[in-house]
Design a protein around this ligand. Structure first.
Ligand code: SF4
Length: 293
């Protein structure tokens, strides 16, 4: 089917008119656009889910540092902490936080991850979907539906805002990933289309202006830990949305504000590593001390 879902408003209208879920509309659109079968669409998504699970599984067991030596052992540290003392928010929180770290640390070891939407934000969507899947015993089909929903949200944001810290700051990378995850979470919890989109809106609008200031130009500091925070942030947005607490600014207008914010942001804060955290005394010292050029 030829669907026009370039904005959140159009997506909601299409779902209402067709009486379908977001993932149904999106997979039918893929079938039309790429002339492939629904099975092929879903198989590709399943492959991504498998890669996400492999990255989590490997990352949970590894303490190998990145080439820079700056990061790589936080997941093991957090896992050990939870063994001695459970997380205040319980087992789901433990899974989300360790899975986000596991995936990001696999990324900095140059191992395989799914960029969703980017490598620097690759820990957020898998942490939320896989942790929820394990907690609620989701089927493979439900995991696929959740990831297609997340992908649809990312696609719509990317229609206006390039998914790159160098263009729009980290709001475009980790911000988008958090919005994608919030929507996927609501989908998994049985929320309706409006609630799914609203969750994304709530997540996104609280991350506008997030700078991209990686220390030494490496996707490590603050990127690795930021993935953990924004995976948890997605769950907060989902909880509010499931309670029908709505964003007073419509989702498409939030994306417009995100674009404008990115344009107004100084180039020093857009992946040049000339400002923000990268330009702090310690940020510079870390790089000098480790002879990172
Ligand atoms: S701080 Fe920059 S490099 Fe790091 S994840 Fe965010 S956008 Fe990517």
């Amino acid at each position: 089917m030829e669907y026009s879902i370039s904005t959140f408003e159009k997506l909601i209208l299409t779902c209402q008119n067709e009486n379908k879920e977001i993932y149904e509309i999106m997979q039918e659109k893929e079938v039309y656009d790429f002339e492939i079968s629904i099975n092929e669409v879903r198989s590709k998504v399943l492959r991504n889910i498998q890669v996400m699970k492999e990255a989590i599984s490997k990352g949970l067991k590894s303490s190998e540092k990145s080439l820079s030596g700056l990061c790589g052992d936080d997941c093991i540290k957090l896992t050990e902490k939870y063994k001695k003392q459970s997380a205040l928010f319980g087992n789901l929180y433990e899974k989300i936080t360790t899975y986000a770290l596991a995936t990001m640390e696999e990324n900095l070891r140059m191992n395989r991850i799914v960029a969703c939407p980017t490598a620097g934000s690759c820990g957020i969507v898998p942490a939320v979907i896989i942790a929820l899947s394990e907690k609620f015993g989701l089927t493979e089909e439900q995991e696929i539906n959740a990831l297609i929903t997340a992908g649809t949200i990312g696609l719509i944001i990317s229609n206006k805002v390039p998914m790159a810290g160098a263009v729009a700051g980290c709001q475009a990378e980790c911000g988008t990933a958090s919005a994608m995850s919030a929507g996927a979470c609501v989908q998994i919890m049985g929320g309706n289309v409006k609630q799914i989109i609203n969750a994304s809106a709530l997540a996104l609008k609280n991350l506008l202006g997030l700078t991209c200031d990686p220390v030494g130009g490496l996707v490590e500091i603050p990127c690795v830990k930021r993935n953990v925070f924004l995976a948890v942030h997605a769950i907060t947005a989902a909880e509010l949305a499931l309670a029908d607490i709505e964003s007073k600014i419509p989702p498409d207008q939030i994306v417009d504000a995100m674009l404008q914010t990115g344009q107004l942001m100084s180039p020093l804060l857009k992946e040049t590593s000339l400002g923000g955290l990268a330009a702090t005394k310690n940020g510079i010292n870390i790089i000098d001390k480790n002879c990172i050029k």
